[in-house]
Design a protein around this ligand. Structure first.
Ligand SMILES: Nc1ncnc2c1ncn2[C@@H]1O[C@H](COP(=O)(O)OP(=O)(O)OP(=O)(O)O)[C@@H](O)[C@H]1O
Ligand SMILES: [Mg+2]
Length: 322
């Protein structure tokens, strides 16, 4: 498979508390993230709240400008695109937000919201935009009559379908899905995931799926990246990661997922301590204070393990990953 999106050494710092008064430290949301998303694959990014998942997704579609590092799309550096080309590129990379309620303007009908990007990009007007709207509605399983409705008249699942239609109407190749089903009931979430899988097939889409729920990831993603405190600590094919996690943080995350196979049982690993503050940057392994690994030693406090290849296709950032 070829690479569609590629980022190297992505760093994002936000002004920290006190910055307004010339004091305080920056918040390190991303501390150097490098990976490729392959054309046609779904790469999931998981990790606890505040680990930097949304910031990463936003950097990839250039809704957030990274402090340092590069983002390439089809080999083109998207951080230095001149305005006209940037506008054209934006059609190719879209973001679907977690909360469909907040993503839709309450004063715009569903049809107007879905059609808005077409008008904003000057791609279609009048009857042609009507046709493309009708096609987009059908694509996501909404009825033509939904176009005249207001967001508050739709269910959560229908709203998320509308948000997906709006992202699709520009003909993107790459979608960042930021927790697309976390606000929905289990059965509705399953329908939306099925829809996203169908659309991926039909249009050859590439997804970066941000998720809290590892059960969602297991059946939907080809590979999984685990984020901890602004870095990837593991990246592996989904089945390999679930069968044999190499980073103790991944193991802890997986231990919290209920087993699906009858008879299978996992020991629940409870992590002590707190996740590291995004304000400081220790030289030790960032996970060391919470790490339950039996072999943990002085090296973990002295040296931060780099994300490295531990076997073909698998990367991990732990001194004991082998
Ligand atoms: N606009 C911002 N200004 C200041 N700090 C920010 C901003 N956006 C994110 N942060 C900080 O960056 C860090 C990473 O946030 P981010 O939203 O990327 O995490 P996340 O993994 O998506 O979390 P969640 O699972 O809760 O959505 C957090 O410490 C957060 O407070
Ligand atoms: Mg987030």
């Amino acid at each position: 498979m070829t690479t569609l999106v590629s980022c190297r050494d992505l760093v994002k710092q936000f002004p920290g508390p006190g910055a307004l008064f010339g004091r305080g430290h920056p918040v390190h949301a991303l501390r150097g993230v490098s990976f490729d998303v392959l054309r046609g694959e779904t790469l999931a990014v998981v990790g606890e709240s505040g680990s930097g998942k949304t910031t990463l997704g936003r950097c990839l579609v250039r809704l957030t400008h990274p402090t340092a590092g590069t983002v390439r799309f089809n080999g083109t550096d998207v951080l230095t695109l001149p305005p006209a080309e940037l506008r054209r590129w934006r059609r190719r990379a879209q973001l679907v937000f977690q909360d469909p309620g907040a993503a839709l303007n309450p004063r715009m009908t569903i049809g107007a919201a879905i059609r808005e990007p077409l008008l904003a990009h000057g791609l279609a007007t009048g009857p042609e935009s009507e046709e493309r709207l009708a096609a987009a509605l059908a694509e996501v399983g909404l009825d033509a009559s939904h176009a005249a409705r207001w967001p508050h008249e739709l269910s959560g699942g229908q709203k998320q379908r509308a948000v997906i239609a709006r992202a699709l109407i520009l003909g993107p190749a790459f979608l960042v899905l930021d927790e697309p089903v976390s606000s929905l009931d289990v059965s509705v979430a399953a329908q939306i995931l099925n829809l996203l899988a169908d659309l991926r097939e039909r249009h050859g889409l590439t997804y970066l799926l941000i998720a809290h729920d590892l059960r969602v990831v297991r059946h939907f993603a080809d590979r999984v990246a685990v984020m901890y405190a602004g870095r990837f600590v593991e990246l592996a094919p989904t089945h390999a990661l679930f069968d044999d996690p190499r980073h103790p943080y991944t193991a802890a995350l997986l231990s919290a997922v209920p087993a699906t196979e009858p008879g299978a049982r996992r020991e629940r690993i409870t992590l002590g301590g707190e996740s590291p503050s995004p304000l400081d940057s220790p030289a030790s392994c960032p996970f060391e204070p919470r790490c339950p690994h039996p072999q943990k030693d002085a090296r973990c406090r002295a040296e931060r393990p780099e994300l490295r290849t531990v076997e073909p296709q698998r990367l991990a950032a732990c001194h004991f990953a082998e």
